[in-house]
Design a protein around this ligand. Structure first.
Ligand code: GLN
Length: 556
């Protein structure tokens, strides 16, 4: 029942906890710390969540934000988006731990007889299992740094076992190999108008009660933390003032590593853990400068409409928004997002002309179910006919095929099987189940998920955009373009009146799955079955987004 310690003896553990309130951006804080090290060291992020779902794949995006999909098919928390974007790593599903997963593993072990003769208990069995998980990943990945983010706020009951596990871990590996970072909140109450340290003191005390002594305290605040307040927090938390870091509010998350760098975080980590890794942030800073400059004095402002149904929570499309930001930084322009609720268009409470008035580019992102989709189809028809630069993602591609089939190929009754219900029959299923999917009953992790190769047809727009014949992208879908109708759709208007053609310019390798489509006679009409936003980063913007904005920029 012992842990597998000693591990490789090489990995350093940086553990990030949060206090006072939730929503302070612990994921961004942890990713930013990682970004300061990942240039020269192998940093592996691990996220621990307290909820009982095995993974967030079955949660509604309005409840939990976007479901992030990894190359290995893992459906994980959107914080992994920050990790991949900031650390330039390809994360694995094993790096995401939920209490649901922890208990599942414990119960499997118990049934297997691993604990035979013993009473299975929270301590030591659950805590050991969590620790073993950390040590195993550190070992397997030969990580220089294991960056562990504990979800929630210190004191939350559901995260207690993680907290106890990392306390034990820090004791086992010794102080030279582990360091705790605590993110708190420094409010400036209105009327009082001064930075207040008490919530931070209380929250650190909460941690201390659990046997954890953070060595870096990051105070989220509207302003840089004043020197006297750093002294005061330091005094109450047994820290030099230099270990109290300003987590000042910034406009773009990409500024956070630059702030931490300025506040001296790399030096503290280097001194405390004996890791020398001065960050190289030149290109990163240049792009952040472009984002900031264009916020104030834009070279040009483009309005990009995102048309979907989860409009209640912008977090549902977090990576789409980030991909737009990345592209705009490279093109030295400001992209303003307009959220368009396609359900309103469908119900007729706003016309498509009005909803899209003055937009420079349109995105129809991924989605599920039949709500709002006729509105999306109206949007797609409008941008096709009015030559507005367009990117359709996943459901956005499937509905682009439906729209083209209905309005150009004359295939009345074209639709997706996803619309089928007791009251609605899809006569011409141009979008159908992927092979084998119709029999699946379980909802968790059953779609076609993760990274797949995309073979690109030569002499197409896609070949130009990707500058090559193949790429790898991330997928999450249950339906696909029905191979039976591909040639009929590519043939276009049977009367020959409309000369516009739809070309399937990207396909799966070895399978008949359409993965990219494009239209001729249009400045930019691209759609893809995958989620290009999941592979976009500040330094390497996703080509389909970059070229969407480029087309919009060049249009006038
Ligand atoms: N609902 C569609 C499918 O399952 C599209 C999925 C998506 O947009 N991620 O195929």
């Amino acid at each position: 029942m012992n842990t597998i310690y000693p591990y490789n003896n090489k990995t350093k553990f940086i553990i990030v906890t949060g206090g006072v309130i939730s929503g302070l951006g612990k994921g961004v804080a942890a990713a930013s710390i990682g970004a300061l090290l990942s240039d020269r060291l192998k940093v592996v992020p691990v996220k621990c969540d307290g909820y009982l779902n095995t993974d967030p794949g079955t949660m509604n995006p309005t409840e939990h934000g976007e479901v992030y999909v990894l190359d290995d098919g893992g459906e994980v928390d959107m914080d992994f988006g920050h990790y991949e974007r900031f650390l330039n790593v390809t994360a694995k599903k094993d790096w995401s731990l939920t209490m649901g997963r922890v208990f599942k593993m414990i119960l499997e072990k118990e049934r297997r007889g691993d604990y035979l003769g013993h009473t299975v208990q929270f301590i030591p069995h659950v805590t050991n299992l969590i620790k073993d998980h950390f040590y195993r990943i550190a070992d397997q990945e030969k990580a220089d740094v294991l960056l562990i983010e504990i979800g929630g706020t210190i004191g939350d009951l559901e995260n207690q076992f993680y907290v106890e596990a990392v306390r034990q871990l820090s004791h086992e590996v010794g102080p030279q190999n582990a360091l705790f970072v605590h993110l708190t909140y420094v409010p400036i109450p209105s009327g009082v108008n001064e930075q207040k340290s008490k919530p931070t003191q209380m929250s650190v005390r909460d941690l201390n009660e659990r046997g954890i002594y953070p060595e870096i305290v990051i105070g989220r605040c509207e302003e840089y933390i004043k020197p006297h307040l750093k002294e005061k927090i330091g005094l109450f938390c047994n820290l030099p003032a230099s270990h109290v870091v300003s987590g000042v509010d910034v406009k773009h998350v990409y500024e956070v590593p630059l702030v931490y760098d300025k506040e001296g975080v790399p030096e503290i980590l280097s001194k405390r853990l004996g890791i020398y890794a001065p960050p190289r942030l030149d290109q990163w800073s240049k792009l952040v400068e472009s984002l900031k400059r264009n916020q104030v004095t834009p070279r040009k402002t483009l309005t990009v409409a995102i048309c979907g149904k989860y409009m209640a929570l912008e977090d549902s499309y977090a990576s789409v928004v980030e991909a737009i930001n990345h592209a705009s930084a490279h093109l030295d322009l400001r992209a303003e997002i307009r959220w368009v609720d396609t359900e309103k268009i469908e119900k007729g409470s706003i016309t498509v002309e009005k909803a899209l008035k003055g937009v420079d580019a349109v995105i129809v992102p991924g989605g599920f179910g039949s709500r709002g989709i006729e509105g999306k189809i109206q949007v797609i028809q409008y941008v096709r006919e009015n030559k507005i630069p367009f990117l359709g993602i996943c459901y956005g591609m499937q509905l682009s095929v439906v729209e083209f089939a209905r309005h150009v190929c004359g295939m009345q009754g074209a639709g997706t099987i996803e619309m089928e219900s007791e009251n609605y029959h899809v006569e011409v299923p141009v979008i159908a189940y992927l092979p084998g999917q119709e029999k699946i009953k379980d909802m968790g992790a059953t779609m076609r998920l993760g990274g797949h190769d995309v073979l690109i047809k030569s002499n197409t727009r896609a070949a130009e955009i990707y500058a090559g014949t193949a790429t790898r992208e991330r997928f999450r879908h249950r339906y696909e373009v029905n191979p039976q109708f591909v040639s009929q759709i590519e043939a276009g208007d049977p009367t020959g009146k409309n000369t516009q053609k739809l070309v399937f310019s990207g396909k799966a390798s070895g399978e008949d799955i359409m993965q990219i489509m494009e239209l001729t006679d249009h400045p930019y009409f691209m759609a893809c079955q995958f989620h290009p936003e999941l592979k976009s980063s500040l330094i390497y913007p996703a080509p389909l987004f970059l070229n969407l904005l480029k087309a919009a920029d060049e249009k006038e």
